[in-house]
Design a protein around this ligand. Sequence first.
Ligand code: HEM
Length: 530
Amino acid sequence: MAAGPQAAMAQVGSSGLISATEMLVAAATFCLLLLLTQTRRQHTPKGLRRPPGPRGLPVLGSALELRKDPHLVLTQMSRKYGDVMEVTIGSRPVVVLSGLDTVRQALVRQAEDFMGRPDLPSFKYISNGHSLAFSYECGDAWKARRKLAQNALKTFSIAASPTASSSCLLEEHVTTEASYLVTKFLQLMEEKQSFDPNNYLIVSVANVICAICFGKRYDHDDQELLSVVNMNTEFGDVVAAGNPSDFIPLLRYLPNRAMAAFKDVNARFNAFIQKIVQNHYTTFDKEHIRDVTDSLIGHCQEKKTGEDVRVQPSDESIISIVNDLFGAGFDTVTTTLSWCIMYAALYPAIQKKIQAELDQTIGCERRPRLSDRGKLPYTEAFILEVFRHSSLLPFTIPHSTTKDTVLNGYYIPKNTCVFVNQWQVNHDEKIWKDPSSFKPERFLNAAGTEINKTEGDKVVIFGLGKRRCIGESIGRWEVFLFLTTILQQLEISLAPGQQVDVTPQYGLIMKYKQCECFQMKKRFPTKSSA
Ligand code: HEM
């Protein structure tokens, strides 16, 4: 019993000795937690059962088992306990959902019951507790903010723009950035044998969301932007489902390097955005709304005094929407593109098929546009397979029940933390043939001419229901346009003799290990961009 807590302490990098008082506090906490766990279990209403699951250790629950690759461990456990199971992490029961039907049942059909977020300690540091994505709040004021965010985002990205030379602002921003990337990659190939494209991808993708949110583009060597976009791993390590210090209260009082880095990342991130927002306030002109930040400031100023104040979000929480949009808008898309590039390099025959489709449909005289998307089924199937196979967001952000509820016959009390295992759904042998193989064809009709929509809808990577990602359309469009622009012009390969490790590193967003192993070469003689 004693070995468990010690192992957990070692895991978070405890360096000091434990005093007698600390031991007493630990023992008291232990007894209290046992008592609480038991009291909680006694409250299951008559005739109903709690979901099955492993017993776990006292105080730690299943925390040690979940230390490495929880998406794989929980997938394995779901084979034994089923699609609704309960694990205990530390002192806290967590319901884990697997299986497409169960996930749809909970997040879509019982959407209101499962739309909450748990009050995890780490979430309070994000956007000073005002985060749209991570805060505990999910009432009417939150719903109003989510709507506001969706509308502002749409206006400055995929809505038709009378001023843009492209079909919409998003197309204009991505085309600019993707063309820059192609030139940069070729320049790097002249300077080096091989390189890591991810360092450049992240700035280009960040520039797209910066243009939408702040009307601003940064140089690729801008140190301020680089210091913000390069701290996403520290962020993702802590907010990923199953972080022990969110579940084991004792760990919060011990030195914890990951948590310290997380707080620092959030403080720096908030300061970066705050500076831009202040600048927007100074130059704000309600007749000339430039970007998402302006539109949010405008909304704060227009708020009607007669509105029900309980429903009315505060100015601070409205403005902090840009933190969410910027934060969620670059690492997700960059990591998807980085997996696309890796799969294209690992499977040259698949890459050639995409390029053949691009050559046939678009040619080399003009650049891809968003309107080409429906005409490139193989490319679309490749993107779907990248989402499915990599399952780069193995879990959604943790959910929580908003009321006592019943799922598949199991009782789940209000405020229960819920993990949705997207990785399991995307690799479930019951719905996918040979799920570990990378096969874009699985998403095409028999003739290979169209996407099979039913198969495509089985991939769960943006969540579902009331918490479904609000940047889904933007994310999908961006991935399509960046990828097609790059593959139209460049052939991607791995440098001969280079070993690559494609094992996903667990986090909120899973990446492969960084490597300077890519080579790219021009497919056609240079054309002026059209
Ligand atoms: C390939 C790209 C992307 C993927 C795979 C992705 C995936 C996800 C997932 C899994 C969630 C959590 C859903 C849940 O908790 O049930 C989420 C939430 C969210 N995403 Fe995305 N996302 C992507 C791009 C974007 C972009 C480009 C933006 C903004 C511009 C964005 C903004 C958000 C926001 C604000 C939330 C929180 C929604 C809420 O809590 O109600 N995402 N996303």
